[in-house]
Design a protein around this ligand. Structure first.
Ligand code: HEC
Length: 212
């Protein structure tokens, strides 16, 4: 290798080195890690449900008819104004229907939900009270309280019958009538008088129900 060749070779090496350096330094600038900044957690803002200004305010009216205590003979009537296509539901477990009338409801407290065509919902509380007992049934209850409950109460329900429970009197009305008219009850006597038997017979003849 001549001197000139060596020199050229030297230049070549130098150029390679420079190119490499540039590329290296370039690489190092482009890929150099930026200063580590800790990830910023944005402040948690609770989701804000905007008030549904599309919902109209309903005017709800309600009424109810009392129920007898031993069954569901009451009813509820709910109407609404202030929007359109109202649907009504009895308690949260109910099913929406177009009528606001609910039949066969027992005594107690209820919530009727009212929904309009926009799906907006409001509710109203309704109480179904217990209806008054009929006069013939009241006479029977009083007779049994005087002549029979000593052997037919919650603590001593002979024959499985507690005549302090008015619902049991109603469900066993025909048996009561039969036992009394055959002088089988009160057990051990004395039998009920004719007028006392008539109290039971009149009640059964009238229907033997709570409202009779
Ligand atoms: C001194 C206790 C005593 C009195 C008072 C009494 N009972 Fe009873 N009763 C019993 C006993 C005990 C039984 C169950 C055994 C039986 O059936 O004889 C019974 C059973 C009955 C039964 C079920 C009978 C059947 O076999 O289906 C009826 C109904 C009944 N009583 C009605 C009455 C009525 C109504 C009176 C009141 C007018 C009355 N009892 C008063 C003791 C009494």
């Amino acid at each position: 290798m001549g001197k000139k060749q060596l020199t050229v070779f030297g230049y070549l090496i130098a150029i390679i080195c420079i190119v490499n350096f540039i590329s290296c330094s370039k690489e190092s600038t482009t890929s150099s890690n930026p200063p580590v900044t800790p990830p910023v957690t944005p402040p948690v803002t609770p989701p804000v449900t905007p008030p549904d200004t599309n919902c109209k305010t309903f005017t709800i009216t309600q009424s109810s008819i009392a129920s007898q205590p031993c069954g569901s003979s009451g009813s509820i009537q709910v109407t609404a104004t202030g929007s359109n296509q109202f649907m009504f539901k009895l308690n949260s477990g109910g099913t929406f229907q177009s009528s606001g009338n609910f039949a066969n409801v027992g005594p107690g407290n209820y919530t009727v939900f009212v929904k309009d065509s926009a799906g907006c919902q409001q509710s109203v509380s309704v109480t179904v009270s217990t209806s008054a007992a009929g006069p013939l049934f009241t006479n029977v209850k009083n007779l049994l309280a005087a002549s029979c409950v000593s052997c037919h109460n919650a603590g001593d329900p002979n024959g499985g019958n507690n005549w302090n429970d008015q619902c049991q009197i109603i469900s066993q009305g025909l048996d009561i009538q039969s036992q009394v008219n055959q002088n089988l009850m009160p057990e051990g006597g004395p039998p009920l008088s004719t007028s006392q038997k008539a109290i039971i017979n009149n009640w059964i003849s009238a229907g033997g129900g709570y409202s009779n």
